[in-house]
Design a protein around this ligand. Structure first.
Ligand code: ADP
Ligand code: ZN
Length: 518
């Protein structure tokens, strides 16, 4: 009489097929495994614990931070005939008693609980005597101070893994940056959990990076090629936003500025005009974004380098919501890196600076990538594409490739020789035989790899090692000064069993191909 997952999907939820990854996640949980699920909002996370709760004995306990969301979910489940209830401070006493009676009577498939209720001693005692199908922690980033919505009451949830061994624990979030991810996994004790990352790809967006040369001219050329399309141009400062919007308007393009220094009314007007297609281009700081719900944004241009990949992904993600082809163009200037770096150095506490610098470096890595940009972008979030995307500038005009095995071996063995305890800058200094005080006092001038890479410049080594990172021959420790480690892929290279093919850097990326018209 066992029902298949497929039947549950159809009979209870009314859907004909699982979305990519849902079935794999659900099967793992049904089999009793922990899971960490990273999917964008709307990706379909709820089914990932609702279906297994119906396929395992006992009640599935779901932790969620927002009472209104709990209520919506419970109503929807009840309408589908699932025995679901919620237990939080919004209940009247009689209602609460009734929920507890159903819980103890084994009549519930799913129970939604607030974190503080769940972790109260009284409630945990109750659970000890019950069959529990699973624990699901929704909005799991709330447990991390690196996330954008830290909630102290989530911290207690870290005890669940120890209190209930053997019962699957599933954490779900849409917040993808690697720091938050590592932090969630650590705090919830999910070290054995399989990470499932899915749904971040936006295949209709084409990513292009041009070296910033005469940026206004580059922008004008880009806009000329797409006369009746609307889009957003992001710039870093209010001043630059004003100036750019002014110049575009002078050039006869319907453009308006948007930043936090404008009045609420002005901002609202701009947003409305853009929404109604009365305005073609909004030139904006990062302040523009919340609440734009315009499906036909055809392009997003970054006039300056974004601070991190998360922002870049979110901002470019405002293009092409209608699913039609859209463009993301980044103008990448080396000067911008220095500006961003200085901004970070001047503020924040040391921990924060370290994280922000790491994130900035990852952004630079994306801009410099010589491999498929979508792979780099999604790889940062932990999602791996099987193949190159065919819809980015690198895929469409690929750089020349060469056998870089020997250089890769030098770099990897140097990472090994310094004990996998140093970052890229240091490894390059050793390779190039730097005479710095630090190298000498560490005794790194006596390593066998000292000075074996003099023939390449510092930049060339940097570019080469970033490629090794993107391709998985090296890993960078996020929480610890970006220290470089070898990976399983490094060993065959070091043993001479695998050839490493890298892309030859373009000496100067000239404003070559105009992006194809949509
Ligand atoms: P998330 O929690 O990731 O933001 P939800 O679980 O609320 O997303 O799902 C978003 C929407 O997608 C919901 O309307 C849900 O019913 C729908 N959905 C989820 N999985 C499927 C599926 N396999 N087939 C069709 N629709 C689905
Ligand atoms: Zn690509």
């Amino acid at each position: 009489m066992t029902t298949s997952l497929q039947e549950t999907l159809k009979n209870i939820f009314g859907y004909t097929s699982f979305r990519p990854h849902q079935q794999e996640i659900i099967s793992a949980i049904v089999a009793g495994e922990d899971a960490f699920v990273l999917m964008p909002t709307g990706g379909g996370k709820s089914l990932c614990y609702q279906v297994p709760a119906l396929h395992r004995a006992g009640v599935g306990i779901v932790v969620s931070p927002l009472i209104s969301l709990m209520k919506d979910q419970v109503d929807a489940l009840t309408a589908n005939g699932v025995a679901a209830a919620l237990y939080n401070s919004s209940l009247k006493e009689a209602e609460a008693r009734q929920v507890l009676a159903r819980l103890h009577g084994g009549q519930l498939d799913l129970l939604y609980v607030s974190p503080e209720r769940l972790m109260s001693d009284g409630f945990l005692d109750r659970l000890k005597d019950l069959d529990i199908a699973l624990f699901a922690i929704d909005e799991a980033h709330c447990v991390s101070q690196w996330g954008h919505d830290f909630r102290p009451e989530y911290v207690q949830l870290g005890r669940l893994r120890d209190l209930f061994p053997g019962i699957p624990l599933i954490a779900l979030t849409a917040t993808a940056d690697p720091q938050t991810r590592t932090d969630i996994i650590g705090r919830l004790g999910l070290t054995e959990a399989v990470c499932h990352v899915a749904g971040f790809d936006r295949p209709n967006i084409r990513y292009t990076v041009l070296e910033k040369q005469k940026p206004f001219q580059q922008l004008s050329t880009f806009l000329k090629g797409r006369a009746d399309e609307a889009g957003i141009v992001y710039a870093l400062s209010r001043k630059r936003v004003e100036e750019l919007a002014g110049r575009l308007a002078e050039a006869g393009i319907k453009a308006a500025p948007y930043h936090a220094g404008l009045s609420d009314r002005e901002r609202q007007q701009t947003q409305d005009a853009f929404q109604r297609d009365d305005l073609r281009v909004v030139v904006a700081t990062v302040a523009f974004g919340m609440g734009i719900d315009k499906p036909n944004v055809r392009f997003v241009v970054h006039y300056d380098l974004p601070k991190n990949i998360e922002s870049y992904y979110q901002e470019t993600g405002r293009a092409g919501r209608d699913g039609l082809p859209a463009e993301a163009l980044l103008l990448f200037g080396y000067g911008d890196i220095a500006i961003s770096r200085a901004l970070i150095e001047n503020g924040g506490n040391p921990d924060q600076k370290r994280i922000e610098l790491h994130k900035l470096n990852a952004m630079v890595g994306f801009a410099e990538a010589l491999t498929c940009r979508r792979r780099v972008l999604l790889g940062y979030f932990g999602e791996h594409l099987e193949e190159d995307c065919g819809n980015c500038d690198v895929c469409q005009s690929p750089p020349e490739r060469y056998d870089a095995t020997e250089d890769a071996q030098k770099a990897l063995s140097c990472v090994y020789r310094v004990g996998q305890r140093f970052g890229m800058g240091h490894v390059i200094e050793v390779l190039r035989g730097s005479r710095s005080q630090r190298i000498q006092s560490l005794g790194h001038d006596r390593l066998s790899t000292y000075g074996i890479g003099k023939e390449l410049s510092q930049d060339a080594w940097g570019g080469l090692m970033r490629q090794l990172l993107h391709l998985g021959y090296l890993e960078q420790d996020v929480g610890n000064y970006s220290v470089l480690h070898l990976t399983a892929r490094s060993k065959p290279v070091l043993r001479g069993e695998e050839q490493v093919v890298l892309a030859r850097p373009r000496v100067r990326v000239v404003a070559k191909k105009e992006p194809k018209r949509g």
